[in-house]
Design a protein around this ligand. Structure first.
Ligand code: LLP
Length: 421
């Protein structure tokens, strides 16, 4: 029987060595994606910077790889910041995002030497200004703008929607208040604006619409600013998704942008992008062991030893994935099945109505393109330990994250309920 091979290692070898469920990343694919971004996101008209949106898959091992390619990192919490600080990514390449960074998190940023902060609202900018004064530290700020463009897959809408929890509207009272804060502060420098229009975007016109709006805003300043376009570049989960290769996607965005700059005469200093999903999603797979099966009047279930704890996306977003029986790739797919997990929740279904071959207990199921927002959104629901994460390259695997043990699960539990105070 034909078996799945990832960078020279069979699924069987990986499972024998690391158990299941298992997150497996093809390191060569990660590197190809990193190359594709670094080689193709370049311009003669402005500087460029690529920040990995690390929420997609944040571990020290991944960040170290990011650092090898010279990318920066976007973090959105004290925990992501802490992890990034333990990695090889230089502190000056860490950008701190988030709509409600706590005072403690901001202090942590100042104390660890973070110089780039994306400010999301006026109250936050005020607090950053106060802290910069207290620490006597210069900080470079991008303001997150809400441009009223929401993109998702093949659609985008232009709204006058001003009620998003993220960002502020250009020209609004809040916007003016932000400018006043920069006027007063000796430590804050307004570097530019940030926008993030959505996820899994395939529609180029959505990018173009965002660029048009942002250039209009940047043109109101008398110095060349930074334009941060955020992330959202689409990936392939199933055959329904047909993303453009990274190279072409970057070329199209850059050529539109360069054309617009020439047409309008606006000059900009730097363009930043923040890809998350598109760097990691397709490089990752999850391996499960198939357990029992069940036939109901209308459904044939294959149960696997993981589910919503290691991949919440199908239950949370009705996200679709493709799968195979990893040790029976060439077997005839005669069964129409539902792949369900082991969690105590009816919604814990990984894949609905998929054709797979007949299986036995102990066969290995592979779910493809699980590299983004799988591990990073994992939970210990039902006290299932979080799976290990391995990177594979040239016939060898290395463990990036160890499988949680049962002892890890109760590490913070206080026996006998602690002390009444
Ligand atoms: N930059 C900002 C400011 C963001 O908010 C995000 C994602 C990104 C960059 C990266 O976007 P990406 O390239 O990964 O699409 N949990 C959801 C995705 C939430 C994305 C939130 N922001 C999911 O599993 O689909």
């Amino acid at each position: 029987m034909k078996e799945l091979v990832i960078e020279g290692m069979t699924a069987g070898e990986l499972v024998a060595q690391y158990g299941t469920p298992l997150y497996v990343y093809d390191q060569a694919k990660l590197e190809n994606n990193l190359e594709a971004y670094t080689q193709n996101f370049k311009s003669d008209l402005f500087q460029t910077k690529i920040l990995y949106a690390s929420k997609a898959f944040q571990t020290i091992g991944m960040l170290d790889l990011i650092a090898n390619y010279g990318l920066g990192v976007d973090v959105v919490s004290g925990g992501e910041l802490y992890t990034a600080l333990q990695s090889d990514v230089p502190v000056e390449k860490i950008h701190f995002h988030g709509n409600n960074k706590t005072t403690e998190e901001l202090r942590m940023a100042f104390e660890s030497g973070i110089v780039h902060i994306v400010a999301d609202n006026v109250m936050e900018l005020e607090e950053i200004a106060e802290l910069a004064e207290e620490y006597q530290r210069a900080v470079t700020i991008q303001i997150r703008l809400n441009v009223g463009i929401e993109a998702h897959t093949h659609e985008y809408i232009v709204t006058t929607h001003i009620d998003s929890k993220f960002g502020i509207a250009f020209g609004s009272e809040d916007y003016q208040a932000c400018l006043a804060i920069f006027e007063k502060s000796d430590y804050l420098h307004l570097e530019g604006f940030h926008v993030h229009i959505g996820s899994q975007i395939f529609e180029m016109d959505a990018w173009y619409a965002a660029i048009d709006k942002m250039l209009g805003y940047l043109a109101t300043f008398d110095y060349p600013m930074t334009l941060n376009l955020g992330g959202g570049f689409g990936v392939r989960y199933t055959d329904e998704d047909q993303p453009m290769p990274i190279k072409e996607n970057m070329e199209q965005i850059l050529s539109y942008l360069e054309g617009k700059l020439q047409e309008t005469g606006v000059t900009i200093n730097e363009v930043v992008i923040e890809p998350g999903r598109s760097l990691v999603a397709e490089a990752g797979i999850t391996l499960y062991e198939i357990g029992y099966q069940k036939q109901t009047p209308n459904k044939h279930y294959y149960f696997v030893d993981g589910g919503m704890g290691d991949n919440i996306r199908p239950s949370l977003y009705q996200a679709k994935y493709a799968c195979d029986v990893a040790n029976k790739l060439d077997a005839e797919k005669t069964e129409l099945v539902t792949v369900a997990g082991k969690y105590c929740e009816s919604g814990d279904v990984l894949i609905h109505d998929v054709h797979l071959p007949p299986v036995e207990k102990g066969d290995v199921l592979v779910v493809y393109s699980t590299g983004a927002y799988g591990y990073s959104m994992s939970s210990n629901y039902n006290r299932n330990p979080t799976p290990a994460v391995v990177f594979v390259k040239d016939g060898k695997a290395r463990e990036i994250v160890k499988r949680q043990t049962l002892a890890d699960l109760i590490r913070n539990d206080v026996k006998n309920g602690g002390e009444w105070k």
